[in-house]
Design a binder for this molecule. Sequence first.
Ligand SMILES: [Zn+2]
Ligand SMILES: [Zn+2]
Length: 160
Amino acid sequence: MPTQSTRIQRAAPAKASRLFCMHCPRTVNTHFDPGEGVAFDIGCYHDARASVLCRLCSDKNKTCTPACTGMLGNAFDLAAILKWQQDIIESDIWNGDVKRTILKETHDLAIAFDCAESAHAREHGLKGTRKAVRSNHHLGVPFEVHGYMASGLFGHSIGF
Ligand SMILES: [Zn+2]
Ligand SMILES: [Zn+2]
């Protein structure tokens, strides 16, 4: 009788297009060049066969950091805009100037999302060491629920 696995074995890597790990857009933000004419792609992939972490974090020995729960709506909006941007870049209807402008604006938007997510996390004491996060409890921020909810959402909803 075969042994049972508690982890889902994926036949193909799943792309976390909306509930992505923040390390991935930050890495793309650092290296992205709108002049190359290639669509901005967060590229956060999970391959449950190799690791529960995303590929980037698995390769770099990092821990996945999902966007703060309070920023998930913004993350979904960013994902929708990235899809729109990708459709335009891959279309033959628009010329190079239009595409470059959209790539530049998309890059600026992704950087702004990173800054806003980081500011939100700092404001609510959601980042840093576990001890530092815990010390912010007096602010009334449900940080533990926040973190676990984000992890739960992230862990169970990849691929959507
Ligand atoms: Zn990732
Ligand atoms: Zn990750």
